[in-house]
Design a protein around this ligand. Structure first.
Ligand SMILES: [Zn+2]
Ligand SMILES: [Zn+2]
Length: 486
């Protein structure tokens, strides 16, 4: 039997692309050159200097996640099945991240506690295991954020993680509060008390934001209660529970199997799976929830779809192919973030519009939804624009600061030039935005129309200038001083 040659193509990465973070995501296709085989279902082997991993090809599509070492990485993708053979090689460059601002990962252990997280008996649940799972998970978030921004033409920008000897780390933080105290508190209170404690301990030094996990979160099956539950992101602290950690991969090599696992969640554990009931659903939902809260500390508000709505639950669809476990939107649990409920919307509403000043309208954000096949864990255009210019997302070109953003009535004056304006409603939800990134020249002044704000309850504006600086301001239709959020 003669072999069929195959053609391997990558959709999102080119040879000599460079990355400022550890995990590279490759999405591609394998097609048979004989033209007799319609779609291929096989495997590809991915070889780098220090690892060899296998990924599924389903209907001719595959996705790989690989760890890059500093410097040049030669990546070899081969298809070698009974009938099909082919290969593709490329070089990927990993550069050190030069952004001086970092996201620090903390695992918060109550006073007198072992730091074990709740899990089934067969699962390693020590604080060391927790830290490994957290580091692997957040590196995936770092990679997905960069890819999502790159899909929108904004470059592979992402947040930087704190490291020790070049390795990303999650540190254990020993709290002065006991498990009993955490159990007695609401999500808001847990966030508040932890934020104060971290502040008092000097954790929030210049250029540090924190993603913290509370180790002692516990589900009580008998009473169907969860204690020590937190999901909140504000200011410099994002904090979530450890209730999903049992489903997280310890190492990169286990990520795909964990994200596609159809094993049901043990009935003694909290089912935080976006109504899927599986370990993979739990991994996607709880890791996605971490990204949602990280989004808040990078100044994102709730939107009607994407990561800043409930789209984060579909993170598994981004990283894997042929993961067909359907979500049941009708039977959703309520999900809270901070003191607010995150709304569930299956369809994008029409009221979020994007106006590129002086240019043709980009149109409704529904256009962004062409990646739905890869799940809705993407950033809304406005959020992506904000992040890609955010001071925490890579070193900005040092532009001369020509002065502060001023907002008076409906008029915005920005000496450096406007990058983005967002109109928010009272519940910190995005109503409308104006994206100036496609303008050929800087705009220094913009005036909102009364019609933009007249139906919005307690409207506020977020303005980002071209240096990345962000100001938020409640509109009271009189002159007042804006508050600078960073
Ligand atoms: Zn063939
Ligand atoms: Zn939220």
């Amino acid at each position: 039997m003669s072999m069929h040659p195959v053609e391997i193509n990558l959709e999102n990465v080119n040879s000599n692309d460079s990355f400022e973070y550890a995990i590279a995501f490759l999405r591609g296709t394998v097609t048979c050159r004989e033209n007799v085989c319609k779609t291929l279902n096989c495997k590809v082997l991915v070889l780098t200097d220090n690892q060899i991993s296998e990924f599924t090809v389903q209907d001719g599509r595959f996705k790989c996640i690989i760890e890059l070492k500093l410097g040049t990485n030669l990546v070899n993708i081969t298809c070698d099945s009974e009938l099909h053979v082919g290969q593709y090689s490329l070089n990927l460059e990993r550069k050190p991240n030069i952004c001086d601002k970092v996201l620090k990962l903390l695992y918060v252990v109550p006073k007198g506690d072992t730091g074990k997280f709740q899990s089934s008996e067969t699962c390693l649940n020590s604080s060391e295991s927790a830290c490994k799972r957290i580091v692997t998970g957040v590196k995936l978030l770092q990679c997905m954020t960069a890819e999502r921004l790159n899909e929108l033409g904004l470059g592979r920008k992402t947040f930087n993680l704190s490291t020790e000897n070049g390795q990303e780390v999650c540190e254990i933080f020993h709290s002065q509060y006991t498990k009993e105290q955490f159990f007695a508190w609401t999500s808001e209170k847990i966030w508040n008390m932890t934020a104060r404690e971290l502040l008092a301990n000097g954790v929030f030094v210049q250029g540090v934001k924190v993603l913290a996990f509370l180790s002692c979160t516990e589900y009580f099956k008998e009473s169907n209660e969860i204690k020590g539950y937190v999901a909140c992101g504000r200011g410099h602290l994002a904090m979530i529970s450890s209730s999903g950690l049992h489903s997280w991969a310890c190492d990169l090599k286990d990520v795909v199997s964990c994200l596609t696992s159809s094993i049901p969640i043990d009935s003694t554990l909290f089912d935080d799976s976006g109504s899927r009931g599986t370990l993979s659903g739990c991994y996607a939902t709880s890791l996605g929830a971490a990204l949602h809260e990280i989004g808040h500390i990078f100044d994102l508000v709730h939107t009607d779809f994407g990561v800043m709505a409930r789209g984060f639950e579909e993170l598994d669809l981004f990283f894997t192919v042929g993961n067909s476990q359907a979500k049941h939107h009708g039977t959703e649990l309520r999900r809270r973030c901070g003191s607010r409920e995150i709304s569930v919307r299956v369809r994008a509403p029409t009221k979020v519009t994007s106006v590129s000043f002086g240019m043709r309208s980009i149109g409704n954000d529904k256009d962004d939804r062409k990646w739905d096949r890869d799940g809705q864990a993407y950033f809304h255009r406005s959020a992506a624009v904000l992040l890609s210019g955010h001071p925490w997302f890579g070193k900005c070109v040092q532009l001369e600061d020509k002065g502060p953003i001023q907002i008076s009535g409906l008029e915005v004056k920005v000496p450096n030039g406007i990058r983005l304006i967002e109109l928010h409603a009272e519940d910190d939800r995005l109503v409308k935005y104006w994206d100036f990134t496609k303008n050929p020249t800087n705009i220094h002044r913009y005036c909102l129309s009364w019609f933009d704000v007249k139906d919005v309850i307690q409207p506020s504006l977020l303005v980002q200038d071209v240096t990345g600086k962000i100001v938020t301001h409640y509109l009271n239709f009189g002159a007042s001083i804006p508050s600078v959020s960073q």
